[in-house]
Design a protein around this ligand. Structure first.
Ligand SMILES: [Zn+2]
Length: 285
C-alpha cells in the first residue's frame, strides 16, 4: 500500500511517500507565507508528479496534517492562525484530483499524536498527550489507540488556555494565552532572538519552564496521561529543557496528586506528523 503523507506547517511543509510503513520518499521546503494555499498546493503537486514520473510512486491513500484548526467531521480547514487565505480552501478536492483518491485530514497536533503513538516516543502510552511546540502550540490526545477529538473537533487545543490573565495580546484576540507566552513565533518577537538561541541560556530556561509547565499541568490534571510527548522545533533543545520542565511540573502539580510526570521529546523528530498522516490515511473517514 502506497501512502502520500503531507504536513502543512506555518514555517515549512513536508511531503512523504510511504511504501507500507516504510518512508521511501521525503521532501521538505520552507512555506512561502505570501504565496498562500495556491502556492503550497502547486508545490505539493510538483513534488508528487515528479515522484510519480521518476520513482513510479502512485498514492493509494493520502493523509494530511494541517497546521491550524480542522473540522474533522466535515473535513474542512477552519482557518490557519499563522498563514492567511486557507479558510474554505478546497485542499482535499485538489489533492483528490491530483492523486485520484480521497484524502483524510486533521490538524497537525492530532496527526502528530498518532504518529508518536504508533511509531515514536508514545508507543504503549495510552492515553497519550502530544504537544507541538514550534511556531505555535497545538495539542493532540490519543485514547484507546485513536485520536480523541471531542464533540466538535476542538479537543486538546491547549494553545489558547489562559495562563497569564492580563498578559500580552495573542493573535486570537485574548490575553496571556499559553501559545502567546511560549511559542517560537512570540519568543522571537518578544526577545529578538530565535527560540533555539534563547534556550541555550539557563536563566531564560528557568523562567520559560514556569510558563511551559502551566499549560502541561492542565493536561495532566484533566487527562492524567500515561505520557506526554513534545514535538516541534523547541523540543529539540533536549534535556536542557526537559529536566527543568519535569522539576517545575512536579512543583506545580497539586500536592495530593500522584499523577505521573513522564514528559519526553518526540521520537520522530520532524516526522511525527508525516507518520501520523500515514496512520490517519489508514482510518476510514
Ligand atoms: Zn490565543
Amino acid at each position: 500500500m502506497k501512502t502520500l503523507a503531507i504536513d502543512v506547517g506555518g514555517t515549512k511543509f513536508s511531503v512523504a511517500g510511504f511504501d507500507g510503513d516504510l518512508m521511501a520518499l521525503r521532501e521538505s521546503r520552507a512555506t512561502d507565507r505570501e504565496g498562500g494555499p495556491e502556492w503550497l498546493y502547486s508545490q505539493i503537486s510538483l513534488i508528487y508528479r515528479d515522484w510519480r514520473e521518476k520513482q513510479g510512486f502512485s498514492a493509494e491513500r493520502v493523509g494530511v496534517g494541517f497546521g491550524g484548526p480542522v473540522d474533522f467531521d466535515r473535513q474542512t480547514i477552519t482557518l490557519s492562525t499563522h498563514v492567511g487565505g486557507w479558510q474554505g480552501f478546497p485542499l482535499l478536492d485538489r489533492l483528490d484530483e491530483l492523486c485520484g483518491v480521497r484524502p483524510v485530514m486533521d490538524n497537525d497536533a492530532n496527526v502528530g499524536a498518532l504518529g508518536e503513538y504508533y511509531f515514536g516516543a508514545g508507543r504503549g502510552a495510552d492515553p497519550l498527550f502530544y504537544m507541538t511546540l514550534s511556531t505555535g502550540i497545538g495539542g493532540g490526545i490519543v485514547w484507546q489507540g485513536t485520536a480523541y477529538r471531542g464533540a466538535d473537533s476542538y479537543g486538546g487545543e491547549l494553545g489558547h488556555l489562559t495562563i497569564r490573565p492580563g498578559g500580552p495580546e495573542c493573535l486570537c484576540g485574548a490575553r496571556g494565552c499559553y501559545e502567546r507566552m511560549c511559542c517560537g513565533l512570540w519568543l522571537e518577537r518578544d526577545y529578538g532572538k530565535p527560540a533555539k538561541e534563547l534556550l541555550q541560556d539557563e536563566e531564560f530556561v528557568r523562567e520559560y519552564v514556569v510558563n511551559l509547565a502551566l499549560g502541561l499541568k492542565a493536561a495532566i490534571m484533566i487527562l492524567n496521561p500515561a505520557r506526554i510527548v513534545i514535538g516541534g522545533g523547541i523540543a529539540k533543545a533536549g534535556e536542557k529543557l526537559f529536566l527543568p520542565l519535569r522539576t517545575e511540573l512536579r512543583r506545580q502539580i497539586t500536592s495530593w496528586s500522584r499523577a505521573r510526570i513522564e514528559v519526553v521529546p518526540a521520537g520522530l523528530g520532524d516526522d511525527s506528523v508525516l507518520y501520523g498522516a500515514l496512520v490517519l490515511a489508514g482510518e476510514t473517514k
